[in-house]
Design a protein around this ligand. Sequence first.
Ligand SMILES: NC(=O)c1ccc[n+]([C@@H]2O[C@H](COP(=O)([O-])OP(=O)(O)OC[C@H]3O[C@@H](n4cnc5c(N)ncnc54)[C@H](OP(=O)(O)O)[C@@H]3O)[C@@H](O)[C@H]2O)c1
Length: 265
Amino acid sequence: MKKILIIGCGAMGGAILSGCLAKGLWNKEDVYVKEHSEEASKAKAARYGVHASTDGSEAKEADLVLIAVKPNVVPEVLHEISRYQPSRVLSIAAAVTLESLENGLPKDTEVIRVMPNTPASVGEGMAAIAPGAKASLSFIREAEAVFSALGREAVVTERQLDELGALSGAGPGYAFVIIDALADAGVLIGLPRKLAIEAAAQTLYGAAKMVLETGKHPDELRDQVTSPGGTTIAGIYAMEQKGLRGALMDGVKACLDKSDQMAGK
Ligand SMILES: NC(=O)c1ccc[n+]([C@@H]2O[C@H](COP(=O)([O-])OP(=O)(O)OC[C@H]3O[C@@H](n4cnc5c(N)ncnc54)[C@H](OP(=O)(O)O)[C@@H]3O)[C@@H](O)[C@H]2O)c1
C-alpha cells in the first residue's frame, strides 16, 4: 500500500484524511501526520489513529506528500521536505502557484495543486485539480481518486483553478449567506427559525441534486416550477428586481479580482 505524509492536519487536511480513511482509499497504518511540533503531531495522529511524523523525513519514502498548511507556511514546508527528495507533492494551499511550488522543490518532483472546499468534510466537496508540468498521468489519477472520494472533482488549468476558487472554493460562504437569508424570510412570514433553516438548506440541497442528477439546464428545471401568472414567478420577479443574479455574478467576480490582487496579478 502507498505511504502518505500529511503536513498540516487542520480543517482541510483533517477532512481529506477522514474522507480517504472512511472510503478505504488509505489505510491508517500507511499515513503519517506532521504538525508544527512533535507534541502537536502526536496529538493529531492519535485523533485519527495514524502515525506521527517528527521531522517530515517520511517525505523520502512517501508516495504522496499532502501540503495542507496555511499559505504563509508553505515556503518553510517546501524547504523542510526538499532535503528528502519527495517524489509527489500535492498542495491545497490557496494562492500558492504551481510555479512557486515547483521552484521550491527538487527539479524531478511531480507537483499538483488542488482547490478543495469545506463540504469535502461531509463527502460533498468540489475540488479543482491543476497538474504541474511534470505531473504524471498516474499521479493525476491518484489525485482524482482522493478528491472524488470526497465529492466531485475536475482536472483543470491553473487559471481555471483560480476561477473555480471564486466559485466553488468560496462558494460555501455564499451558500451559507443565502440559506440564512432564506431562513430569515421564513421567519419574517411566520415560520419558527429551526424549521425555516432546515427547509431552506434542504431545498437548496434538493435543487442542487436535481441539477446534478438530471443533467438538465437550471433554466429548464426552473421553467417546470413557474406556471404562468403563478406564485413562484411572482417570487422570482421580486428577487430579480433587487438584482439577485447581478449580485451573485458581481460577488464571484469580486472574489476572483481580490484573489488576483493578492497573488500580485
Ligand atoms: N478551509 C477551507 O475552506 C480551504 C479551502 C481551500 C483551500 N484551503 C487551504 O487549505 C490550507 C489549510 O487550511 P485549513 O483551513 O485546513 O487551515 P488550518 O485548519 O489552520 O490547518 C492548518 C494546519 O497546519 C498546522 N501547521 C501550522 N504550521 C505548521 C508547520 N510548520 N508544519 C506543519 N503543520 C503546521 C496548523 O497547526 P496550528 O493550528 O497548531 O498552527 C493546522 O493544524 C490552506 O492553505 C488553505 O488555503 C482551505
